[in-house]
Ligand binder design. Structure first.
Ligand code: NAD
Ligand code: WQD
Length: 339
């Protein structure tokens, strides 16, 4: 298949591009590099020994977007491009609605004009909001609690309406839980700009002495050790999940939604412990107040993806930490330290 990957230079996009190439698909990446570096794609080519066409294009630039859709005959699009920082979305909601919702509308119009109507979309477990009906099933009502999450919910609605209006569309809405880890080569991984918002990259930066200690947000949750529980999923398992969804859509019209998670929860302290084990060193942490908006417990019911896609996330928390540590240790400053 010839696949357009929007946001393909980013964390999950670069790993998915690599998996696509390894399976023999042809990939064109469209990314404006607002939160990534083209170095990730150079390394994806190096690991796979295959070429990736790259177009530095913003989804808000309709003309440039249409030019890419006209240049190639795509079979499908995997759509990662978007802004993803919850706190930033609260401070600057218009930028999030503009980039994520308008960017996606531009993409959908362009795809329709080009006659490409197969799409895999990066949704998020964030659409479940603070629901603690664990394990979270796809039928759980959506109730995002911040502008970022609402962009995902709105895009899910838009795609559901589109599929109902035009049965030629084939759409997978993939609700990721907490992506973590890196490719086993240690050559590609997550490279957050500024202070990481997410737990794993923060812990990794403490382990590599870029930061002094981890702040654990809340020690008084109703969980066995008092810290928040999440469903961490290895980014390579996640990448493979996209390809399973793409394959499913080759024979099915309609709009489908799947949780991509492991179905297992780990607490913040368990993550710090697993990372200490992988890095072979103690990781300093201190307790602080809960972070506003955080749920106590969130983990997936992954049965639907398992039954319908034949996919499951098998890599353990220990593997995520080992791989993330290898990436961080080899690239302490991420891609800015080119090598
Ligand atoms: P990322 O920031 O590493 O990747 C997103 C990519 O999109 C970046 O390379 C960025 O430059 C690009 N981009 C953003 N806006 C663009 C635009 N207007 N035009 C072109 N390119 C644009 O993030 P990621 O962690 O790889 O996440 C990928 C997708 O998965 C996002 O949509 C995110 O919301 C979603 N998601 C991420 C997580 C997570 O925790 N990482 C969890 C659930 C869902
Ligand atoms: C995990 C746990 C924190 C940082 C977010 C988005 C969600 C999705 C994934 C995109 C929680 C605790 C964290 C730290 C900590 N992204 N924590 N100290 O909040 O589950 O989900 O990323 O779609 O939309 O909301 O992930 O990694 O931020 O936090 O104690 O420095 O770690 O309280 O319990 P979260 P996270």
């Amino acid at each position: 298949m010839k696949v357009l990957v929007t946001g393909g230079a980013g964390y999950i996009g670069s790993h998915t591009t690599l998996s696509l190439l390894e399976l023999g698909h042809d990939v064109v990446v469209l990314d404006n590099l607002c939160n990534s570096s083209a170095e990730s794609l150079r390394r994806v080519q190096e690991i796979s020994g295959r070429n990736v066409e790259f177009r530095q294009v913003d989804l808000l630039d309709v003309e440039a977007l249409d030019a890419v859709l006209a240049e190639f005959q795509f079979d499908a699009v995997i759509h990662f491009a978007g802004l993803k920082a919850v706190g930033e979305s609260v401070e600057n909601p218009l930028a999030y609605y503009q980039n994520n919702v308008v960017g996606t509308l531009n993409l959908l119009h362009g795809m329709d004009r080009a006659g490409v109507r197969t799409l895999v979309f990066s949704s998020s477990a964030t659409v479940y909001g603070a629901s603690e009906q664990v394990p979270l099933h796809e039928d759980e009502p959506l109730n995002a609690t911040n502008p970022y999450g609402r962009t995902k919910e709105q895009i899910e609605d838009i795609l559901t309406d589109l599929g109902a209006a035009d049965p030629r569309w084939r759409v997978a809405l993939l609700r990721y839980f907490n992506p973590a880890g890196a490719h086993a080569s240690g050559r590609i991984g997550e490279d957050p700009r500024g202070v990481p918002n997410n737990l794993l990259p923060f812990v990794a930066q403490v382990a590599v002495d870029r930061r002094e200690k981890v702040t654990v947000f809340g020690a008084d949750y109703p969980t066995p050790d008092g810290t928040g529980i999440r469903d961490y999923i290895h980014v390579v398992d996640l990448a493979v999940g996209h390809i399973a969804a793409l394959e499913f859509l080759t024979s099915r019209n309609g709009v489908f939604r799947w949780n991509l998670g492991t179905g297992r929860g780990s607490s913040v302290l368990e993550v710090i412990e697993a990372f200490s084990e992988a890095a072979g060193k103690k990781i300093k942490y201190e307790f602080a107040d809960r972070r506003p908006g955080d749920a106590a417990i969130s983990y997936a019911d992954p049965a639907a993806a398992q039954d319908e896609l034949g996919w499951s996330a098998d890599k353990t928390l220990a593997q995520m930490c080992e791989d993330q540590w290898r990436w961080q240790r080899k690239n302490p400053l991420g891609y800015s330290e080119v090598g």
